[in-house]
Ligand binder design. Structure first.
Ligand code: SF4
Length: 95
């Protein structure tokens, strides 16, 4: 199956005294963990994420589930998390 192309933009975003405003929300710049994500959009020499207004907050709870460069099922330490429900089904099938 072909990988879906991510199309993102900050069309209509306006820089105000409070910061970059997009769809009525003040946008924060990306987190360092966002580097490499295809959703990053540059606006006046700064990088923003049209998907999440506060990227650092998104990463504080684990891997961003919309990241194109990291998988949501890999935790911060790089260990693969096993979905408990899937693990239970695998055990029941004897695999
Ligand atoms: S989608 Fe997630 S990883 Fe990608 S730029 Fe936005 S907050 Fe960062």
């Amino acid at each position: 199956m072909a990988k879906k192309k991510v199309t993102v933009s900050l069309e209509g975003a306006v820089m105000t005294d409070a910061g970059l405003t997009y769809k009525g929300v003040i946008m924060e710049t990306i987190d360092e963990k966002c580097e490499g994500c295809e959703r990053i959009v540059s606006f006046e020499d700064k990088k923003y994420c049209p998907t999440y207004a506060q990227p650092a907050t998104k990463w504080s709870k684990g891997v961003c589930n919309f990241a194109t460069h990291a998988r949501a099922d890999v935790d911060k330490a790089g260990k693969v998390k096993v979905n408990p429900l899937k693990a239970s089904k695998r055990a029941a099938r004897g695999r």
